[in-house]
Ligand binder design. Structure first.
Ligand code: FAD
Length: 285
Protein backbone atom coordinates (compact mmCIF):
# COMPACT_ATOMS: atom_id res chain seq x y z
CA UNK A 1 0.00 0.00 0.00
CA UNK A 2 1.31 3.48 -0.91
CA UNK A 3 2.61 5.68 1.94
CA UNK A 4 1.18 3.34 4.57
CA UNK A 5 3.31 4.77 7.39
CA UNK A 6 2.67 8.45 6.70
CA UNK A 7 2.15 10.39 9.96
CA UNK A 8 2.86 14.04 9.22
CA UNK A 9 2.24 16.54 6.41
CA UNK A 10 4.13 19.79 7.02
CA UNK A 11 3.97 23.11 5.14
CA UNK A 12 6.97 25.09 6.41
CA UNK A 13 7.00 28.82 5.73
CA UNK A 14 10.77 29.08 5.34
CA UNK A 15 13.40 27.18 3.40
CA UNK A 16 15.56 26.65 6.51
CA UNK A 17 12.64 25.06 8.33
CA UNK A 18 12.02 22.74 5.37
CA UNK A 19 15.68 21.77 5.21
CA UNK A 20 15.98 21.17 8.95
CA UNK A 21 12.98 18.81 8.83
CA UNK A 22 14.58 16.85 5.98
CA UNK A 23 17.94 16.78 7.79
CA UNK A 24 16.53 15.89 11.18
CA UNK A 25 14.25 13.09 9.97
CA UNK A 26 16.58 11.65 7.34
CA UNK A 27 15.05 9.04 4.99
CA UNK A 28 11.70 9.17 6.83
CA UNK A 29 10.98 12.70 5.51
CA UNK A 30 10.55 13.59 1.83
CA UNK A 31 10.03 16.89 0.10
CA UNK A 32 6.82 16.80 -1.94
CA UNK A 33 6.15 18.76 -5.13
CA UNK A 34 3.11 17.54 -7.09
CA UNK A 35 3.30 14.17 -5.33
CA UNK A 36 2.85 12.19 -8.55
CA UNK A 37 5.81 9.91 -7.86
CA UNK A 38 5.57 10.05 -4.08
CA UNK A 39 1.94 8.96 -3.72
CA UNK A 40 2.76 5.81 -5.68
CA UNK A 41 5.73 5.04 -3.43
CA UNK A 42 5.32 1.94 -1.33
CA UNK A 43 8.37 2.81 0.77
CA UNK A 44 7.57 2.00 4.43
CA UNK A 45 10.27 4.52 5.46
CA UNK A 46 8.23 7.61 4.58
CA UNK A 47 6.55 9.15 7.65
CA UNK A 48 6.73 12.89 6.94
CA UNK A 49 6.01 14.89 3.79
CA UNK A 50 7.47 18.40 3.54
CA UNK A 51 5.35 20.54 1.20
CA UNK A 52 7.20 23.55 -0.29
CA UNK A 53 4.11 25.38 -1.51
CA UNK A 54 4.39 28.21 1.07
CA UNK A 55 7.92 29.18 -0.01
CA UNK A 56 7.08 31.48 -2.97
CA UNK A 57 8.89 29.21 -5.40
CA UNK A 58 6.21 29.24 -8.10
CA UNK A 59 7.35 31.54 -10.92
CA UNK A 60 8.78 31.71 -14.43
CA UNK A 61 10.92 34.84 -14.83
CA UNK A 62 13.14 36.36 -17.47
CA UNK A 63 16.47 37.38 -15.86
CA UNK A 64 19.71 38.68 -17.34
CA UNK A 65 21.09 35.11 -17.19
CA UNK A 66 18.12 33.43 -18.84
CA UNK A 67 14.76 32.06 -17.74
CA UNK A 68 14.42 31.13 -14.07
CA UNK A 69 11.77 28.58 -13.07
CA UNK A 70 10.91 28.12 -9.37
CA UNK A 71 10.85 24.59 -7.97
CA UNK A 72 7.14 24.46 -7.10
CA UNK A 73 5.99 25.81 -10.49
CA UNK A 74 3.76 23.24 -12.17
CA UNK A 75 4.44 22.05 -15.70
CA UNK A 76 1.13 23.67 -16.76
CA UNK A 77 2.23 27.03 -15.33
CA UNK A 78 5.48 26.70 -17.28
CA UNK A 79 3.66 25.85 -20.54
CA UNK A 80 1.48 28.93 -20.03
CA UNK A 81 4.33 31.34 -19.25
CA UNK A 82 4.45 33.85 -22.16
CA UNK A 83 8.20 34.31 -21.71
CA UNK A 84 8.84 30.78 -22.98
CA UNK A 85 7.03 31.20 -26.30
CA UNK A 86 10.00 32.93 -27.88
CA UNK A 87 12.74 31.09 -26.01
CA UNK A 88 14.61 28.93 -28.55
CA UNK A 89 11.68 28.74 -30.96
CA UNK A 90 9.30 27.61 -28.19
CA UNK A 91 11.07 24.25 -27.75
CA UNK A 92 10.36 24.01 -23.99
CA UNK A 93 6.63 24.53 -24.48
CA UNK A 94 6.59 22.03 -27.34
CA UNK A 95 8.33 19.41 -25.18
CA UNK A 96 6.14 20.01 -22.11
CA UNK A 97 2.96 19.54 -24.16
CA UNK A 98 4.18 15.97 -24.74
CA UNK A 99 4.66 15.19 -21.03
CA UNK A 100 1.84 12.91 -19.89
CA UNK A 101 -1.68 14.37 -19.92
CA UNK A 102 -2.88 17.86 -18.86
CA UNK A 103 -4.07 16.49 -15.49
CA UNK A 104 -0.53 15.26 -14.74
CA UNK A 105 1.01 18.59 -15.83
CA UNK A 106 -1.39 20.45 -13.52
CA UNK A 107 0.27 18.72 -10.54
CA UNK A 108 3.85 17.86 -11.50
CA UNK A 109 6.36 20.43 -10.25
CA UNK A 110 9.68 21.55 -11.72
CA UNK A 111 11.61 20.40 -8.63
CA UNK A 112 9.91 17.00 -8.43
CA UNK A 113 10.41 16.42 -12.15
CA UNK A 114 14.14 17.11 -11.95
CA UNK A 115 14.65 15.23 -8.66
CA UNK A 116 12.74 12.12 -9.74
CA UNK A 117 15.36 11.56 -12.48
CA UNK A 118 13.42 9.09 -14.62
CA UNK A 119 15.76 7.84 -17.38
CA UNK A 120 13.07 8.51 -20.00
CA UNK A 121 12.21 12.01 -18.69
CA UNK A 122 11.38 14.39 -21.54
CA UNK A 123 12.15 17.42 -19.38
CA UNK A 124 15.60 16.22 -18.34
CA UNK A 125 16.62 15.16 -21.87
CA UNK A 126 15.82 18.64 -23.19
CA UNK A 127 17.08 20.63 -20.18
CA UNK A 128 20.48 18.87 -20.21
CA UNK A 129 20.80 19.60 -23.96
CA UNK A 130 19.99 23.26 -23.24
CA UNK A 131 22.74 23.43 -20.60
CA UNK A 132 20.24 24.12 -17.77
CA UNK A 133 21.54 24.95 -14.31
CA UNK A 134 19.87 24.03 -11.06
CA UNK A 135 19.95 25.88 -7.74
CA UNK A 136 20.27 23.71 -4.63
CA UNK A 137 19.86 24.73 -1.00
CA UNK A 138 21.55 22.73 1.75
CA UNK A 139 22.16 25.60 4.17
CA UNK A 140 24.04 27.46 1.46
CA UNK A 141 22.74 28.18 -2.00
CA UNK A 142 24.68 26.93 -4.97
CA UNK A 143 24.05 26.63 -8.67
CA UNK A 144 25.33 23.59 -10.57
CA UNK A 145 24.85 22.26 -14.11
CA UNK A 146 21.77 20.03 -14.14
CA UNK A 147 23.87 17.18 -15.56
CA UNK A 148 26.00 17.25 -12.34
CA UNK A 149 22.90 16.37 -10.33
CA UNK A 150 22.70 13.05 -12.13
CA UNK A 151 26.45 12.44 -12.13
CA UNK A 152 26.41 12.65 -8.32
CA UNK A 153 23.13 12.00 -6.51
CA UNK A 154 24.99 12.94 -3.32
CA UNK A 155 24.30 16.56 -4.30
CA UNK A 156 20.68 16.03 -3.25
CA UNK A 157 21.27 14.38 0.10
CA UNK A 158 20.15 16.42 1.83
CA UNK A 159 19.35 19.42 -0.36
CA UNK A 160 16.30 21.11 -1.81
CA UNK A 161 16.04 22.17 -5.44
CA UNK A 162 14.82 25.76 -5.44
CA UNK A 163 15.14 26.80 -9.09
CA UNK A 164 16.08 25.74 -12.62
CA UNK A 165 17.73 28.19 -14.99
CA UNK A 166 17.53 27.96 -18.77
CA UNK A 167 20.50 29.98 -20.06
CA UNK A 168 20.04 32.91 -22.44
CA UNK A 169 21.33 32.30 -25.96
CA UNK A 170 22.33 34.72 -28.70
CA UNK A 171 20.88 34.94 -32.20
CA UNK A 172 22.13 32.06 -34.37
CA UNK A 173 21.22 29.40 -31.79
CA UNK A 174 18.38 26.92 -32.22
CA UNK A 175 17.09 23.85 -30.41
CA UNK A 176 14.78 20.90 -31.08
CA UNK A 177 13.22 18.00 -29.19
CA UNK A 178 11.80 14.69 -30.46
CA UNK A 179 9.87 12.01 -28.57
CA UNK A 180 8.87 8.51 -29.63
CA UNK A 181 6.21 6.79 -27.51
CA UNK A 182 3.57 4.11 -28.02
CA UNK A 183 0.67 6.51 -27.39
CA UNK A 184 0.36 10.28 -27.05
CA UNK A 185 0.23 10.08 -23.22
CA UNK A 186 2.82 7.35 -22.72
CA UNK A 187 6.37 7.84 -21.52
CA UNK A 188 9.11 7.89 -24.14
CA UNK A 189 10.55 4.72 -25.64
CA UNK A 190 13.26 7.13 -26.67
CA UNK A 191 13.60 10.89 -26.83
CA UNK A 192 16.36 13.21 -28.02
CA UNK A 193 17.19 16.88 -28.05
CA UNK A 194 19.78 19.22 -29.52
CA UNK A 195 21.05 22.75 -29.13
CA UNK A 196 23.23 24.25 -31.85
CA UNK A 197 24.95 27.64 -31.98
CA UNK A 198 26.32 28.80 -35.31
CA UNK A 199 28.86 31.36 -36.50
CA UNK A 200 28.57 32.38 -40.16
CA UNK A 201 26.38 29.33 -40.73
CA UNK A 202 28.90 26.82 -39.32
CA UNK A 203 28.14 24.82 -36.18
CA UNK A 204 30.18 26.40 -33.41
CA UNK A 205 28.78 24.48 -30.46
CA UNK A 206 26.61 21.38 -30.49
CA UNK A 207 24.91 19.56 -27.60
CA UNK A 208 22.88 16.44 -28.27
CA UNK A 209 21.17 14.20 -25.70
CA UNK A 210 19.18 10.98 -25.79
CA UNK A 211 16.84 9.66 -23.08
CA UNK A 212 15.28 6.24 -22.65
CA UNK A 213 18.79 4.82 -22.93
CA UNK A 214 20.60 3.16 -19.98
CA UNK A 215 22.05 6.54 -19.06
CA UNK A 216 19.86 9.50 -18.05
CA UNK A 217 19.99 12.27 -20.71
CA UNK A 218 23.11 10.79 -22.29
CA UNK A 219 25.22 13.40 -24.06
CA UNK A 220 26.32 12.30 -27.54
CA UNK A 221 29.77 13.89 -27.99
CA UNK A 222 30.79 11.75 -31.00
CA UNK A 223 27.72 12.98 -32.86
CA UNK A 224 28.47 16.59 -31.95
CA UNK A 225 32.02 16.10 -33.25
CA UNK A 226 30.69 15.17 -36.72
CA UNK A 227 28.98 18.56 -36.97
CA UNK A 228 31.45 20.99 -35.41
CA UNK A 229 32.80 23.54 -37.89
CA UNK A 230 30.38 22.34 -40.61
CA UNK A 231 27.13 23.62 -42.03
CA UNK A 232 23.95 21.68 -41.39
CA UNK A 233 23.27 19.99 -44.74
CA UNK A 234 21.61 16.76 -45.79
CA UNK A 235 25.09 15.17 -45.86
CA UNK A 236 26.29 16.35 -42.44
CA UNK A 237 22.90 15.62 -40.84
CA UNK A 238 22.87 12.12 -42.34
CA UNK A 239 26.42 11.44 -41.10
CA UNK A 240 25.57 12.69 -37.61
CA UNK A 241 22.47 10.48 -37.47
CA UNK A 242 24.54 7.46 -38.58
CA UNK A 243 27.07 8.21 -35.84
CA UNK A 244 24.24 8.40 -33.29
CA UNK A 245 22.97 4.99 -34.39
CA UNK A 246 26.47 3.49 -34.08
CA UNK A 247 27.55 5.02 -30.77
CA UNK A 248 24.49 5.54 -28.54
CA UNK A 249 24.11 2.93 -25.80
CA UNK A 250 20.64 1.37 -25.93
CA UNK A 251 18.88 -1.42 -24.06
CA UNK A 252 16.06 -3.95 -24.33
CA UNK A 253 13.08 -3.57 -22.01
CA UNK A 254 9.34 -4.20 -22.05
CA UNK A 255 8.72 -1.13 -24.23
CA UNK A 256 11.19 -1.84 -27.05
CA UNK A 257 14.25 -3.76 -28.14
CA UNK A 258 17.70 -2.21 -28.22
CA UNK A 259 17.77 -2.61 -32.02
CA UNK A 260 14.51 -0.70 -32.39
CA UNK A 261 15.84 2.05 -30.11
CA UNK A 262 18.97 2.30 -32.28
CA UNK A 263 16.75 3.09 -35.27
CA UNK A 264 14.86 5.65 -33.15
CA UNK A 265 18.10 7.39 -32.20
CA UNK A 266 18.94 7.63 -35.91
CA UNK A 267 15.50 9.03 -36.79
CA UNK A 268 15.35 11.32 -33.75
CA UNK A 269 18.76 12.89 -34.29
CA UNK A 270 18.03 13.34 -37.99
CA UNK A 271 14.68 15.02 -37.28
CA UNK A 272 16.09 17.25 -34.52
CA UNK A 273 18.94 18.44 -36.76
CA UNK A 274 16.62 19.02 -39.71
CA UNK A 275 14.32 21.03 -37.46
CA UNK A 276 17.24 23.13 -36.14
CA UNK A 277 18.45 23.70 -39.70
CA UNK A 278 14.98 24.97 -40.69
CA UNK A 279 14.87 27.29 -37.65
CA UNK A 280 18.33 28.68 -38.40
CA UNK A 281 17.65 29.26 -42.10
CA UNK A 282 14.35 30.97 -41.20
CA UNK A 283 16.18 33.23 -38.72
CA UNK A 284 18.82 34.29 -41.25
CA UNK A 285 16.25 35.45 -43.87
C1 FAD B 1 1.09 8.23 -15.70
C2 FAD B 1 2.38 9.03 -15.78
C3 FAD B 1 2.79 9.50 -17.02
C4 FAD B 1 3.98 10.22 -17.11
N1 FAD B 1 4.38 10.69 -18.33
C5 FAD B 1 5.52 11.37 -18.45
C6 FAD B 1 5.97 11.83 -19.72
O1 FAD B 1 5.33 11.64 -20.75
N2 FAD B 1 7.15 12.50 -19.78
C7 FAD B 1 7.89 12.75 -18.65
O2 FAD B 1 8.96 13.37 -18.76
N3 FAD B 1 7.50 12.35 -17.42
C8 FAD B 1 6.34 11.66 -17.30
N4 FAD B 1 5.93 11.23 -16.07
C9 FAD B 1 6.76 11.53 -14.89
C10 FAD B 1 6.21 12.74 -14.21
O3 FAD B 1 6.43 13.86 -15.00
C11 FAD B 1 6.90 12.88 -12.86
O4 FAD B 1 6.44 11.81 -12.10
C12 FAD B 1 6.53 14.17 -12.19
O5 FAD B 1 6.98 15.23 -12.98
C13 FAD B 1 7.13 14.26 -10.78
O6 FAD B 1 6.89 15.56 -10.29
P1 FAD B 1 6.21 15.80 -8.88
O7 FAD B 1 6.28 17.25 -8.59
O8 FAD B 1 4.85 15.20 -8.85
O9 FAD B 1 7.21 14.98 -7.95
P2 FAD B 1 6.95 14.41 -6.48
O10 FAD B 1 6.23 13.10 -6.57
O11 FAD B 1 6.38 15.44 -5.60
O12 FAD B 1 8.47 14.15 -6.04
C14 FAD B 1 9.29 13.25 -6.77
C15 FAD B 1 10.64 13.12 -6.04
O13 FAD B 1 11.31 14.37 -6.05
C16 FAD B 1 11.58 14.82 -4.72
N5 FAD B 1 11.39 16.27 -4.75
C17 FAD B 1 10.25 16.95 -5.07
N6 FAD B 1 10.48 18.28 -5.08
C18 FAD B 1 11.79 18.45 -4.74
C19 FAD B 1 12.62 19.60 -4.56
N7 FAD B 1 12.18 20.84 -4.77
N8 FAD B 1 13.91 19.40 -4.20
C20 FAD B 1 14.39 18.14 -3.99
N9 FAD B 1 13.66 17.01 -4.13
C21 FAD B 1 12.36 17.17 -4.51
C22 FAD B 1 10.59 14.09 -3.84
O14 FAD B 1 11.06 13.96 -2.50
C23 FAD B 1 10.51 12.75 -4.55
O15 FAD B 1 11.60 11.94 -4.20
C24 FAD B 1 4.76 10.48 -15.94
C25 FAD B 1 4.34 9.99 -14.68
C26 FAD B 1 3.16 9.27 -14.60
C27 FAD B 1 2.71 8.78 -13.26
Amino acid sequence: MALSNLREYVRPDGLDMALSLVKEKGRSARVIGGGIDLVRSSSPDIETLVDLSQLSLSYVRQTDKGIAIGATTTLTEIVEAPVLNNYLQGVVVEMLRQVGAPSLRNLASMGGTLASAHPWSDVITLFVALGAQVTLYNGVTRMVPLSDLYASRALLSPAIITEALLPAYAHGTAAAFMKFSRTKFDIAILNCACLISTQNGDCESVRLTAGGTPQLAALLPEVAEVLLGRKLSQTSIGQAAEMARETTLVRNDLRASGNYRRELVYAGVKRCLTCVSTHLSGASQ
